[in-house]
Design a protein around this ligand. Structure first.
Ligand code: SAM
Length: 278
């Protein structure tokens, strides 16, 4: 199906304003694939009719269209190096720094269907912090209501399970649920799940020790990325960590300092003092 330039410009404008997502070069086939289910759900005869209605930006339709245009690709322990770095470097550094407060606050900010925050929950469980009396706030948020519902449910297909989980973690943290797999209740209860748009206000989150915001800036327009990066930086504790996707960078717009692994940033000065010569 073809669309007029005006229809595509309208779609691009709505999605960019509401989610920061840049759709400039979206092909008609891509738009149709994403929006055909929304058109059917709202009773339009086709996607073109839906786009005509979008001109008045009715709230429910505009939200559904924006959500449908997101990409929710994810998997457990995606880019394993990043999770190894979290378990072997970031977490030990935070445990040392927070030894007296015994409290950690971690936010997975574009959590999609939950594989990423549950990977973090598994690592935190393996380090037995709760048993040692730590209080851990692990927030999992995403723009997409349907993705957030799946995090709350904590049920994954065989195919999803096969992407990134070791056999040991599968048997430790999942039980069979028909043909699917259900996450252990203690991990499900460990997550504080909420629908949240990265363009909205972060006040309710308080100060965070680590923020995972991975593989979402790839889709953002430049200005939205800058604004969100600055807000993420402000939400971090002075010695907090920001973890982006392996192919994403914070650029030079913030005071975030690049860490040892691609996509990992520290707020302010590097963690370890540099050894002086002589
Ligand atoms: C490709 S997934 C990445 C998931 C996970 N972080 C990972 O790396 O595997 C991108 C996610 O960002 C979410 N997203 C897109 N725009 C957003 C926004 N403005 N606020 C919050 N989440 C957003 C999408 O709904 C989608 O679930």
């Amino acid at each position: 199906m073809g669309f007029t330039p005006a229809q595509l410009a309208l779609l691009s404008n709505v999605v960019q304003r509401r989610a920061g997502i840049a759709l400039a070069s979206a092909k008609p086939a891509f738009v149709t694939g994403k929006l055909a289910p929304v058109a059917a759900r709202f009773g339009f005869r086709n996607v073109s009719a839906l786009l005509d209605e979008l001109a008045d930006e009715p709230e429910e339709l505009a939200a559904a269209v924006t959500e449908a245009m997101t990409t929710n690709e994810t998997s457990f322990f995606r880019d394993r190096a990043c999770f190894n770095h979290f378990q072997n470097e970031i977490l030990p550094a935070l445990i040392e720094a927070r030894a007296s407060a015994r409290r950690l606050r971690i936010w997975c900010a574009a959590a999609s269907t939950g594989q990423e925050p549950y990977s973090l929950a598994m690592i935190l469980d393996e380090e037995k912090l709760l048993e040692q009396g730590w209080k851990i706030d692990l927030f999992a948020t995403d723009l997409s209501e349907s993705a957030v519902d799946r995090i709350r449910e904590g049920v994954y297909t065989q195919h999803e399970i096969e992407r990134g989980l070791t056999a040991a973690r599968l048997s430790r943290y999942f039980t069979r649920d028909g043909t699917n797999w259900r996450i252990a209740e203690r991990l499900r209860c460990a997550l504080r799940v909420r629908r949240f748009n990265l363009l909205d206000h972060y006040g309710w989150l308080g100060q965070l020790d680590a923020i995972f915001c991975r593989n979402v800036f790839l889709y953002f327009d430049h200005q939205s990325k800058l604004e969100v990066l600055m807000r993420l930086e402000r939400a971090l504790a002075p010695d907090g960590w920001l973890v982006l996707g392996a192919s994403e960078s914070a650029g030079s717009c913030t005071r975030l300092v690049s860490g040892a692994v691609r996509g990992v940033y520290v707020r302010g000065a590097p963690q370890r003092p540099m050894r002086m010569a002589g």
